[in-house]
Design a protein around this ligand. Structure first.
Ligand code: NAD
Ligand code: DAU
Length: 337
Protein backbone atom coordinates (compact mmCIF):
# COMPACT_ATOMS: atom_id res chain seq x y z
CA UNK A 1 0.00 0.00 0.00
CA UNK A 2 1.26 3.48 -0.85
CA UNK A 3 0.11 6.39 1.33
CA UNK A 4 0.39 10.12 0.82
CA UNK A 5 0.54 11.80 4.22
CA UNK A 6 0.27 15.59 4.12
CA UNK A 7 1.67 17.57 7.05
CA UNK A 8 3.68 14.56 8.22
CA UNK A 9 6.36 16.77 9.78
CA UNK A 10 3.88 18.33 12.19
CA UNK A 11 2.70 17.07 15.57
CA UNK A 12 -0.02 14.53 14.73
CA UNK A 13 1.27 13.77 11.23
CA UNK A 14 4.71 12.72 12.51
CA UNK A 15 3.18 10.62 15.28
CA UNK A 16 0.98 9.00 12.62
CA UNK A 17 3.96 8.18 10.36
CA UNK A 18 5.78 6.53 13.31
CA UNK A 19 2.61 4.64 14.23
CA UNK A 20 1.92 3.52 10.67
CA UNK A 21 5.43 2.31 9.81
CA UNK A 22 5.61 0.41 13.10
CA UNK A 23 2.36 -1.42 12.37
CA UNK A 24 2.65 -1.64 8.56
CA UNK A 25 6.40 -1.87 7.82
CA UNK A 26 5.72 -3.09 4.27
CA UNK A 27 3.82 0.07 3.28
CA UNK A 28 5.37 3.08 1.56
CA UNK A 29 4.69 6.64 2.73
CA UNK A 30 5.20 9.86 0.80
CA UNK A 31 5.21 12.76 3.26
CA UNK A 32 4.32 16.09 1.63
CA UNK A 33 5.03 18.98 3.99
CA UNK A 34 5.81 22.65 3.43
CA UNK A 35 7.84 22.85 6.65
CA UNK A 36 6.11 25.94 7.97
CA UNK A 37 7.10 27.10 11.46
CA UNK A 38 5.17 24.04 12.76
CA UNK A 39 6.82 21.47 10.50
CA UNK A 40 9.99 19.87 11.81
CA UNK A 41 11.96 17.01 10.29
CA UNK A 42 13.49 16.37 13.74
CA UNK A 43 10.14 14.74 14.54
CA UNK A 44 10.99 12.05 11.98
CA UNK A 45 14.68 11.62 12.87
CA UNK A 46 14.20 8.02 14.00
CA UNK A 47 12.97 6.95 10.56
CA UNK A 48 15.12 9.21 8.39
CA UNK A 49 16.93 6.22 6.85
CA UNK A 50 13.78 4.14 6.39
CA UNK A 51 13.60 3.37 2.63
CA UNK A 52 9.79 3.17 2.91
CA UNK A 53 9.35 6.84 3.69
CA UNK A 54 10.04 9.64 1.23
CA UNK A 55 9.90 13.29 2.22
CA UNK A 56 8.78 15.91 -0.31
CA UNK A 57 9.07 19.54 0.73
CA UNK A 58 6.20 21.42 -0.83
CA UNK A 59 2.89 23.19 -0.55
CA UNK A 60 -0.47 21.41 -0.80
CA UNK A 61 -1.69 24.48 -2.73
CA UNK A 62 0.77 23.68 -5.55
CA UNK A 63 -1.39 21.76 -8.03
CA UNK A 64 1.49 20.61 -10.24
CA UNK A 65 3.44 19.17 -7.33
CA UNK A 66 0.32 17.59 -5.84
CA UNK A 67 -0.41 15.92 -9.16
CA UNK A 68 3.14 14.49 -9.23
CA UNK A 69 3.14 13.14 -5.68
CA UNK A 70 -0.36 11.70 -6.06
CA UNK A 71 0.85 9.34 -8.82
CA UNK A 72 0.46 5.71 -7.67
CA UNK A 73 -1.01 6.64 -4.28
CA UNK A 74 -3.67 4.34 -2.78
CA UNK A 75 -4.59 6.32 0.32
CA UNK A 76 -4.31 10.02 1.20
CA UNK A 77 -4.22 10.95 4.89
CA UNK A 78 -4.55 14.72 4.98
CA UNK A 79 -3.19 16.41 8.12
CA UNK A 80 -1.54 19.50 6.60
CA UNK A 81 -3.11 22.66 7.96
CA UNK A 82 -2.55 25.85 9.83
CA UNK A 83 -3.65 24.58 13.21
CA UNK A 84 -3.37 27.27 15.91
CA UNK A 85 -6.51 29.24 16.83
CA UNK A 86 -4.61 32.26 18.24
CA UNK A 87 -2.63 32.65 15.01
CA UNK A 88 -5.86 32.44 12.99
CA UNK A 89 -7.21 35.41 14.97
CA UNK A 90 -4.10 37.48 14.11
CA UNK A 91 -3.60 36.33 10.48
CA UNK A 92 -6.65 34.55 9.02
CA UNK A 93 -5.65 34.61 5.31
CA UNK A 94 -3.09 31.81 5.43
CA UNK A 95 -5.70 29.62 7.15
CA UNK A 96 -8.10 30.12 4.25
CA UNK A 97 -5.34 29.44 1.73
CA UNK A 98 -3.87 26.30 3.26
CA UNK A 99 -6.91 24.77 4.93
CA UNK A 100 -9.51 25.46 2.24
CA UNK A 101 -7.68 25.97 -1.06
CA UNK A 102 -4.98 23.43 -0.19
CA UNK A 103 -7.61 20.81 0.61
CA UNK A 104 -9.41 21.48 -2.68
CA UNK A 105 -6.14 21.11 -4.62
CA UNK A 106 -5.54 17.75 -2.93
CA UNK A 107 -9.10 16.60 -3.63
CA UNK A 108 -8.66 17.46 -7.30
CA UNK A 109 -5.38 15.53 -7.44
CA UNK A 110 -6.91 12.55 -5.64
CA UNK A 111 -9.84 12.49 -8.04
CA UNK A 112 -7.61 12.65 -11.11
CA UNK A 113 -5.35 9.87 -9.83
CA UNK A 114 -8.33 7.77 -8.68
CA UNK A 115 -7.07 7.18 -5.13
CA UNK A 116 -8.89 4.46 -3.19
CA UNK A 117 -9.39 6.63 -0.11
CA UNK A 118 -9.06 10.27 0.87
CA UNK A 119 -9.11 10.60 4.64
CA UNK A 120 -9.46 14.15 5.93
CA UNK A 121 -8.31 15.02 9.46
CA UNK A 122 -10.64 17.57 10.99
CA UNK A 123 -11.52 18.95 14.37
CA UNK A 124 -14.34 19.11 16.91
CA UNK A 125 -14.04 22.92 16.73
CA UNK A 126 -16.24 22.95 13.60
CA UNK A 127 -19.23 22.30 15.89
CA UNK A 128 -18.78 25.55 17.83
CA UNK A 129 -19.02 25.90 21.59
CA UNK A 130 -21.03 24.32 24.43
CA UNK A 131 -22.03 26.10 27.62
CA UNK A 132 -20.31 24.93 30.80
CA UNK A 133 -23.56 23.58 32.24
CA UNK A 134 -24.51 21.87 28.97
CA UNK A 135 -24.57 18.09 29.35
CA UNK A 136 -24.84 17.44 25.62
CA UNK A 137 -21.85 16.47 23.49
CA UNK A 138 -20.91 16.95 19.83
CA UNK A 139 -21.64 14.03 17.56
CA UNK A 140 -21.79 13.38 13.81
CA UNK A 141 -25.24 14.98 13.55
CA UNK A 142 -24.34 18.22 15.34
CA UNK A 143 -24.78 21.19 12.96
CA UNK A 144 -21.59 23.06 12.08
CA UNK A 145 -21.16 26.38 13.90
CA UNK A 146 -17.48 27.39 13.67
CA UNK A 147 -16.53 30.53 15.60
CA UNK A 148 -12.87 31.25 14.83
CA UNK A 149 -11.14 31.75 11.47
CA UNK A 150 -9.32 28.45 12.15
CA UNK A 151 -12.49 26.44 12.78
CA UNK A 152 -14.30 28.18 9.91
CA UNK A 153 -11.49 27.20 7.55
CA UNK A 154 -11.61 23.59 8.80
CA UNK A 155 -15.41 23.57 8.40
CA UNK A 156 -14.97 24.85 4.83
CA UNK A 157 -12.50 22.05 4.11
CA UNK A 158 -14.87 19.42 5.56
CA UNK A 159 -17.68 20.67 3.30
CA UNK A 160 -15.39 20.53 0.26
CA UNK A 161 -14.39 16.95 1.11
CA UNK A 162 -18.04 15.90 1.31
CA UNK A 163 -18.83 17.77 -1.91
CA UNK A 164 -16.20 15.67 -3.75
CA UNK A 165 -17.92 12.57 -2.40
CA UNK A 166 -21.45 13.59 -3.37
CA UNK A 167 -20.58 15.25 -6.68
CA UNK A 168 -17.72 13.14 -8.05
CA UNK A 169 -17.93 9.95 -5.99
CA UNK A 170 -14.44 10.42 -4.49
CA UNK A 171 -14.10 7.77 -1.72
CA UNK A 172 -13.68 10.03 1.31
CA UNK A 173 -13.87 9.72 5.09
CA UNK A 174 -13.52 12.45 7.73
CA UNK A 175 -12.59 12.35 11.40
CA UNK A 176 -13.45 15.24 13.74
CA UNK A 177 -11.16 14.86 16.70
CA UNK A 178 -10.79 16.65 20.03
CA UNK A 179 -7.61 18.18 21.55
CA UNK A 180 -4.53 15.97 21.18
CA UNK A 181 -1.49 15.97 23.45
CA UNK A 182 1.79 14.04 23.43
CA UNK A 183 5.32 14.14 22.02
CA UNK A 184 6.35 16.54 19.21
CA UNK A 185 3.58 19.07 19.85
CA UNK A 186 4.74 22.58 18.98
CA UNK A 187 5.12 24.64 22.19
CA UNK A 188 2.47 27.22 21.18
CA UNK A 189 -0.32 24.85 22.35
CA UNK A 190 -1.47 24.87 26.00
CA UNK A 191 0.07 21.64 27.33
CA UNK A 192 3.57 21.88 25.78
CA UNK A 193 3.60 25.64 26.46
CA UNK A 194 2.89 25.04 30.15
CA UNK A 195 5.46 22.26 30.52
CA UNK A 196 8.26 24.07 28.70
CA UNK A 197 7.54 27.41 30.42
CA UNK A 198 7.87 25.66 33.80
CA UNK A 199 11.15 24.08 32.69
CA UNK A 200 12.37 27.58 31.70
CA UNK A 201 11.26 29.10 35.01
CA UNK A 202 8.57 31.20 33.31
CA UNK A 203 4.92 31.68 34.22
CA UNK A 204 2.03 29.91 32.45
CA UNK A 205 -0.42 32.23 30.66
CA UNK A 206 -4.03 31.31 31.43
CA UNK A 207 -6.66 32.94 29.23
CA UNK A 208 -9.65 34.53 31.01
CA UNK A 209 -10.90 32.65 34.07
CA UNK A 210 -9.22 29.38 33.02
CA UNK A 211 -12.52 27.50 33.27
CA UNK A 212 -12.65 26.61 29.56
CA UNK A 213 -13.12 22.90 28.92
CA UNK A 214 -11.44 20.70 26.31
CA UNK A 215 -11.75 16.96 25.64
CA UNK A 216 -8.16 15.64 25.73
CA UNK A 217 -6.92 12.64 23.74
CA UNK A 218 -3.43 11.15 23.70
CA UNK A 219 -2.09 11.42 20.14
CA UNK A 220 -1.51 7.67 19.71
CA UNK A 221 -5.21 7.04 20.33
CA UNK A 222 -6.00 9.47 17.52
CA UNK A 223 -3.61 7.57 15.20
CA UNK A 224 -5.35 4.29 16.06
CA UNK A 225 -8.76 5.82 15.36
CA UNK A 226 -7.54 6.93 11.91
CA UNK A 227 -6.16 3.42 11.30
CA UNK A 228 -9.57 1.91 12.13
CA UNK A 229 -11.37 4.36 9.85
CA UNK A 230 -8.95 3.55 7.01
CA UNK A 231 -9.43 -0.19 7.43
CA UNK A 232 -13.14 -0.40 8.26
CA UNK A 233 -14.76 3.04 8.00
CA UNK A 234 -17.65 3.58 5.61
CA UNK A 235 -17.03 5.72 2.54
CA UNK A 236 -18.75 9.10 2.76
CA UNK A 237 -18.97 8.98 6.57
CA UNK A 238 -17.71 11.21 9.34
CA UNK A 239 -16.41 9.88 12.68
CA UNK A 240 -16.15 11.92 15.89
CA UNK A 241 -13.11 10.98 17.98
CA UNK A 242 -12.71 12.04 21.61
CA UNK A 243 -10.90 11.23 24.80
CA UNK A 244 -11.41 10.02 28.34
CA UNK A 245 -11.54 13.34 30.18
CA UNK A 246 -14.87 14.49 31.60
CA UNK A 247 -15.27 18.28 31.72
CA UNK A 248 -11.72 19.03 32.79
CA UNK A 249 -10.95 22.77 32.79
CA UNK A 250 -7.70 24.35 31.60
CA UNK A 251 -6.97 25.18 35.24
CA UNK A 252 -7.43 21.49 36.18
CA UNK A 253 -5.04 20.49 33.39
CA UNK A 254 -2.42 23.02 34.49
CA UNK A 255 -2.84 22.05 38.15
CA UNK A 256 -2.09 18.44 37.21
CA UNK A 257 1.02 19.55 35.32
CA UNK A 258 2.14 21.63 38.33
CA UNK A 259 1.66 18.60 40.62
CA UNK A 260 3.58 16.30 38.26
CA UNK A 261 6.43 18.83 38.08
CA UNK A 262 6.43 19.64 41.82
CA UNK A 263 5.48 23.31 41.38
CA UNK A 264 2.89 25.51 43.04
CA UNK A 265 0.25 27.87 41.68
CA UNK A 266 2.57 30.89 41.83
CA UNK A 267 3.52 29.90 38.28
CA UNK A 268 0.04 30.81 36.98
CA UNK A 269 -0.50 34.13 35.22
CA UNK A 270 -4.05 35.08 34.26
CA UNK A 271 -3.92 37.03 30.98
CA UNK A 272 -6.34 38.68 28.56
CA UNK A 273 -8.80 36.17 27.13
CA UNK A 274 -8.70 34.78 23.58
CA UNK A 275 -11.18 36.64 21.32
CA UNK A 276 -14.31 34.55 20.66
CA UNK A 277 -12.95 31.85 23.02
CA UNK A 278 -15.04 28.65 22.74
CA UNK A 279 -16.18 27.75 26.26
CA UNK A 280 -16.38 24.01 26.06
CA UNK A 281 -15.89 21.06 23.71
CA UNK A 282 -17.10 17.53 24.48
CA UNK A 283 -17.24 14.65 22.04
CA UNK A 284 -19.65 11.74 21.91
CA UNK A 285 -17.52 9.00 20.29
CA UNK A 286 -20.13 6.23 20.44
CA UNK A 287 -20.39 5.89 16.63
CA UNK A 288 -16.72 4.99 16.15
CA UNK A 289 -16.93 2.78 19.26
CA UNK A 290 -19.99 0.87 18.07
CA UNK A 291 -19.12 0.64 14.38
CA UNK A 292 -15.33 0.28 14.48
CA UNK A 293 -14.60 -0.81 18.07
CA UNK A 294 -12.58 2.30 18.97
CA UNK A 295 -11.99 3.03 22.66
CA UNK A 296 -9.28 5.46 23.81
CA UNK A 297 -6.63 3.42 25.64
CA UNK A 298 -4.49 6.17 27.12
CA UNK A 299 -5.55 7.43 30.53
CA UNK A 300 -5.18 11.24 30.78
CA UNK A 301 -3.20 11.55 34.04
CA UNK A 302 -0.71 8.78 33.27
CA UNK A 303 -0.07 9.98 29.71
CA UNK A 304 0.20 13.58 30.87
CA UNK A 305 3.01 12.36 33.16
CA UNK A 306 4.62 10.58 30.19
CA UNK A 307 4.26 13.74 28.11
CA UNK A 308 5.94 15.86 30.83
CA UNK A 309 8.73 13.28 30.91
CA UNK A 310 9.12 13.47 27.12
CA UNK A 311 9.55 17.26 27.21
CA UNK A 312 11.98 16.97 30.13
CA UNK A 313 14.06 14.45 28.17
CA UNK A 314 13.90 16.32 24.86
CA UNK A 315 15.00 19.79 25.86
CA UNK A 316 17.08 20.36 22.71
CA UNK A 317 14.01 19.63 20.56
CA UNK A 318 11.81 22.34 22.10
CA UNK A 319 14.54 24.83 23.12
CA UNK A 320 15.53 25.28 19.48
CA UNK A 321 11.89 25.87 18.49
CA UNK A 322 11.36 28.39 21.26
CA UNK A 323 14.42 30.41 20.13
CA UNK A 324 13.35 30.70 16.52
CA UNK A 325 10.13 32.16 15.14
CA UNK A 326 8.37 31.36 18.38
CA UNK A 327 10.13 33.96 20.52
CA UNK A 328 8.75 36.84 18.39
CA UNK A 329 5.32 35.25 18.31
CA UNK A 330 5.38 34.84 22.11
CA UNK A 331 6.33 38.47 22.74
CA UNK A 332 3.50 39.69 20.53
CA UNK A 333 0.89 37.22 21.77
CA UNK A 334 1.64 37.57 25.49
CA UNK A 335 2.90 41.18 25.68
CA UNK A 336 6.37 40.26 26.91
CA UNK A 337 5.12 38.04 29.73
P1 NAD B 1 0.72 21.15 13.28
O1 NAD B 1 0.54 22.61 13.18
O2 NAD B 1 1.60 20.60 14.36
O3 NAD B 1 1.31 20.58 11.89
C1 NAD B 1 0.82 21.01 10.66
C2 NAD B 1 1.79 20.50 9.59
O4 NAD B 1 1.28 20.88 8.30
C3 NAD B 1 3.20 21.09 9.68
O5 NAD B 1 4.17 20.09 9.50
C4 NAD B 1 3.26 22.10 8.56
O6 NAD B 1 4.56 22.31 8.03
C5 NAD B 1 2.34 21.45 7.54
N1 NAD B 1 1.75 22.43 6.60
C6 NAD B 1 1.14 23.60 6.92
N2 NAD B 1 0.78 24.24 5.80
C7 NAD B 1 1.14 23.43 4.76
C8 NAD B 1 1.01 23.54 3.35
N3 NAD B 1 0.43 24.61 2.78
N4 NAD B 1 1.46 22.53 2.58
C9 NAD B 1 2.06 21.45 3.14
N5 NAD B 1 2.23 21.30 4.47
C10 NAD B 1 1.77 22.29 5.26
O7 NAD B 1 -0.73 20.55 13.34
P2 NAD B 1 -1.30 19.30 14.17
O8 NAD B 1 -1.64 19.73 15.52
O9 NAD B 1 -0.42 18.15 13.95
O10 NAD B 1 -2.68 19.08 13.38
C11 NAD B 1 -2.72 18.24 12.22
C12 NAD B 1 -4.14 18.20 11.70
O11 NAD B 1 -5.01 17.70 12.70
C13 NAD B 1 -4.70 19.56 11.31
O12 NAD B 1 -5.48 19.38 10.14
C14 NAD B 1 -5.57 19.96 12.48
O13 NAD B 1 -6.63 20.79 12.05
C15 NAD B 1 -6.08 18.61 12.93
N6 NAD B 1 -6.43 18.47 14.35
C16 NAD B 1 -5.53 18.82 15.31
C17 NAD B 1 -5.84 18.61 16.66
C18 NAD B 1 -4.88 18.97 17.76
O14 NAD B 1 -5.25 18.88 18.93
N7 NAD B 1 -3.64 19.33 17.47
C19 NAD B 1 -7.08 18.06 16.99
C20 NAD B 1 -7.98 17.72 15.97
C21 NAD B 1 -7.63 17.92 14.66
O1 DAU C 1 -10.26 20.77 19.66
C1 DAU C 1 -9.30 20.43 18.70
C2 DAU C 1 -8.36 21.60 18.49
O2 DAU C 1 -7.52 21.65 19.63
C3 DAU C 1 -7.53 21.49 17.21
O3 DAU C 1 -8.38 21.53 16.10
C4 DAU C 1 -6.52 22.64 17.12
O4 DAU C 1 -5.69 22.45 16.00
C5 DAU C 1 -5.67 22.62 18.38
O5 DAU C 1 -4.80 23.74 18.36
C6 DAU C 1 -6.56 22.69 19.64
O6 DAU C 1 -7.22 23.97 19.73
P1 DAU C 1 -7.38 24.74 21.13
O7 DAU C 1 -7.55 26.17 20.86
O8 DAU C 1 -8.38 24.06 21.99
O9 DAU C 1 -5.91 24.42 21.77
P2 DAU C 1 -4.89 25.36 22.58
O10 DAU C 1 -3.81 24.45 23.07
O11 DAU C 1 -4.48 26.54 21.80
O12 DAU C 1 -5.76 25.85 23.80
C7 DAU C 1 -6.34 24.92 24.69
C8 DAU C 1 -7.10 25.73 25.73
O13 DAU C 1 -6.14 26.46 26.52
C9 DAU C 1 -8.02 26.78 25.14
O14 DAU C 1 -9.16 26.91 25.99
C10 DAU C 1 -7.21 28.06 25.20
C11 DAU C 1 -6.38 27.87 26.46
N1 DAU C 1 -5.06 28.52 26.45
C12 DAU C 1 -4.24 28.32 25.38
C13 DAU C 1 -3.00 28.91 25.32
C14 DAU C 1 -2.09 28.70 24.13
C15 DAU C 1 -4.65 29.31 27.52
O15 DAU C 1 -5.39 29.47 28.52
N2 DAU C 1 -3.42 29.89 27.47
C16 DAU C 1 -2.59 29.74 26.41
O16 DAU C 1 -1.47 30.35 26.42
Amino acid sequence: MKLLVTGGAGFIGSNFIHYWLKNNPQDFIVNLDKLTYAGNLENLKKIKDNPNCRFVKGDICDGKLVDEVMDGIDIVVHFAAESHVDRSIKSPSIFIKTNIIGTQVLLEGALKRKVKRFHHISTDEVFGSLNLDDLSKFDERTPYNPRSPYSASKAGSDHLVMSYFYTYGLPVTISNCSNNFGPFQYPEKLIPLAITNILEGKTIPIYGDGLYVRDWLYVEDHCRAIDLILSSGKIGETYCVGGLTEDISNLDVITKILEIMGKNKDCLEFVKDRMGHDRKYAINWSKIKQELGFIPEHDFTHWLEQTVKWYEENETWWKRLKQDEFSNYYKEQYNDL
